[in-house]
Design a protein around this ligand. Sequence first.
Ligand code: ATP
Length: 458
Amino acid sequence: MDLATLIEIGTPLAGAAGGLGYAKVKAPGVYWSLVGLPVALGRFHFTYASTMDVCGLTVAPSRLRAFMVRTVARREVQPVPPKIRRVAGSATGMRVRLRLPAGLEPDDVAAASNRLRHAWGVHAVHVAEIKPGVVELRMTGYDVLRTVRMPRRLPSGPMVVPVALREDGTAFARNYREIPHALTLGANQSGKSMYQRNLIKQLAKLPVALVGIDCKRGVEQTPYAPRLSALATDPEQAAGLLDALVGEMEARFDLLKDYQGTALSTLNGDITSDIWGLPMRVRPVPIVVLVDEVAELFLTATRKDEERRDRMVTQLIRLAQMSRAVGIYLEICGQRFGAELGKGATMLRAQLTGRVVHRVNDKQTAEMGLGDISPEAMHAATAIAADRPGVAVAGDASGGWTHIRTPLTSITDTAAVCRAHADLVPDLPALAPFRPDVPEIAAPVDVVPLARPRPVTD
Ligand SMILES: Nc1ncnc2c1ncn2[C@@H]1O[C@H](COP(=O)(O)OP(=O)(O)OP(=O)(O)O)[C@@H](O)[C@H]1O
């Protein structure tokens, strides 16, 4: 750490007793760990019972308890706050697990979260239900989305890809087996490509096939060509690629049917209706299809274009409806996704369960992405500031939503990861005609000096 940073940290340290005002600190994580966390822990422990009481998070004691307190302990009977199960500090905040007494529910605690944040002087308090009767207060000491640093412990599993940071300091991951298809929306310069870049960077390391559809002539996805099994850079190619994907999906269903037949006739092996139940040796590799700017795919100028567009929408709808079982997942990105894109567009949108909406310019776009999730989520998406690219509202069909922000990742870094994992590109004959050309990396050229050096003694 350089001297300037130490001074930046040291100055507010000197006045720490005055409060946790560290909006101007360069390294908020370090400041929080050194000052914020001990102060907040102290405040929490000393004021817990009274804070919960004034925030309306206590219940009257049971009659037995009231009797014992009055007669045995000879104390005044106090209302009962939730029992503290665990308190843990972290580099971004503090976590407190509470056992709720009868009469309180997680929504009561969530409704009081703003009051709790002010009482304990933390940046935010988020409430997560761990199991019935147990909630976790996830407090962040500072705005963790200002400079995104992914937590050290990341969610993992087959087809689980950590892609951004949630506002409560935990990692936001795309879990393709839980939410197979997703839609990412956002205005110009809102951070959609950064989101896809982070996804590709993580997916590139997994044993999956990556398929790109980038009708902006491939400017976003061509750098990742070494790791792509297929790439379409105009609507004509995209139409062919979608047909090939539907063919691949049908072949995989045939494979599943054959395996079911064998399992039924030999009573040897489990009967399964999705590829994850197949033994490793016969299981086809999962395919993630990444569509950048879906509107480009649907643009039409002539009648022939319209026919092609209708066919592509039909193929995408078929994939969205059925391909989950055979391990083909869709990740669609665009500025808008409404009925104006043509017949079938809203039907396709309804199949894309995962929703990530970056800054949008109008309420209608927010509604396209989050309207069927919650009105608050829609409002949150329209309120994202223009100077915060990469911040988005992520929701899913369960009605839950949260603010997220992707880590700043360069195309160069992502392309390097793709090159390093080029050996993971699986053999998929159906997609072979769409395999992008991978440019050879030229060896560094020796620079020939224009002027011949001459000895000074000449
Ligand atoms: N998470 C982030 N943190 C910091 N800066 C970001 C983040 N995400 C995006 N940006 C910056 O915002 C700008 C726009 O990002 P990006 O290209 O991803 O937006 P976009 O929505 O794809 O834009 P367009 O639709 O115009 O292609 C870029 O300069 C990028 O560096």
